[in-house]
Design a protein around this ligand. Sequence first.
Ligand SMILES: Cc1ncc(COP(=O)(O)O)c(C=O)c1O
Length: 459
Amino acid sequence: MTAMTASTGSTVLTELTYRLPQERKIVTDQLPGPASAALAARTAASVARGIAPALSGYVVDADGGVLVDADGNSFIDFASGIAVTSVGASNPAVVAAVQDAVAHFTHTNFTTSPYESYTAVAEKLNEITPGDFDKRTVLLNSGSEAVENAVKIARSFTGRNAVVVMDRAYHGRTNLTMAMTAKNVPYKDGFGPFAPEVYRAPMSFPLHDGLTGPEAAEKTIWQMEKEIGASNLACVVIEPIQGEGGFVVPAEGFLPAIAEWCRANGVVFIADEIQAGMCRSGDWFAVNHEGVVPDLMTTAKGIAGGMPLSAVTGRAEIMDASGPGSLGGTYAGSPIACAAALASMGQMEELDLAGRAREIEAVVREILEPLVAETDGKVAEVRGRGAMMAFEIVDAEGRPDAATVKAIAGACQAKGLLTLTCGLDGNVIRLLPPLVISETLLREGLNVLADAVRAALEA
Ligand SMILES: Cc1ncc(COP(=O)(O)O)c(C=O)c1O
């Protein structure tokens, strides 16, 4: 993907070139169209009910900011496969890197027969993550696996067991990460017993707790000290911007205060940057906005342009606490995923995707923020950072309004725009467009969304 000459006028995002037309186009009389409906029938007869796709169309092609379905409908993509395809779903640099890697070897297992790309990804992550100290990285497949490994490493280093996570946290679906995830339905219900020694503490949520960052941190620290005790605590795991929990940006000062307390008490501070990291928030990592330096960081999702890859990166002395053979996995750090990651991170730098994310935020705020006044506060606030933006909907009494959010997401999809919802109460619409989306398509999608909000709230 290449950048073209900078645009003029009110345009803020540099124009890029794409393989597919960047258009919103519904060509079937109804959704899903006949080909996708036939595929949905096959899915219903063959795939477990626990897997529930959001888009009714079955994707056959995707590029830049669009997803094209089996019937030729072209949807604007405000999901990026849940913050994964930041560089685009078929970024040419990623495609070429994957093709080249796969033509040489598909797999060896790094712990059996190593290869350079794994080490190069580790070097790159050690370079771009915050902290001017010696670092090490381990590569895994999924975000959940990275979180599990970060906890394993922190326990091994500290010799302590307890893990603190925040209200509304989401860290994954494996047994340990289910325990760390807050929301019951659909993530945990009926799946217990969960892993022990996981404790939940309050997270700053400016819209609802009305506290400053230091005030919110004081409450969190009080709870950790009284209910667990620092000497029992291996690590605190925090999403610097909460993802599934509602795109909550903690009040300024909260993250630095928790990180400082951890440092003073020998507790490993782990930033889960799986959703917010890799340029999505308008910087390499969301912790950078407040200059917070975590001991360990987990990354995944946007790291490899859609190939499954995750990582734990952090202080060498912590990462090296567990001995040879203690970390790894059959496919962990696959050569295909590593090649894709190197290309993706290259594109992030070449196209300044962090800067582009900040520009996306400006456009999102310009179009969506007026809705707060127009709807008398039923759109409670537009929040987030960079290309990780969301808005929360409440009823006239200020109660969470999940039904309206569902209706808005449905109306958008009928018009050719894919959005996702989130939040413990399901009353948040979140926007995760690919960072390479064109400004025209971004504005078109946001206007479709704003109109759907007005129609649903009769504003
Ligand atoms: C912050 C965070 N941590 C962990 C995970 C789990 O990642 P995965 O679904 O790749 O296991 C997610 C996924 O949404 C996430 O957003």
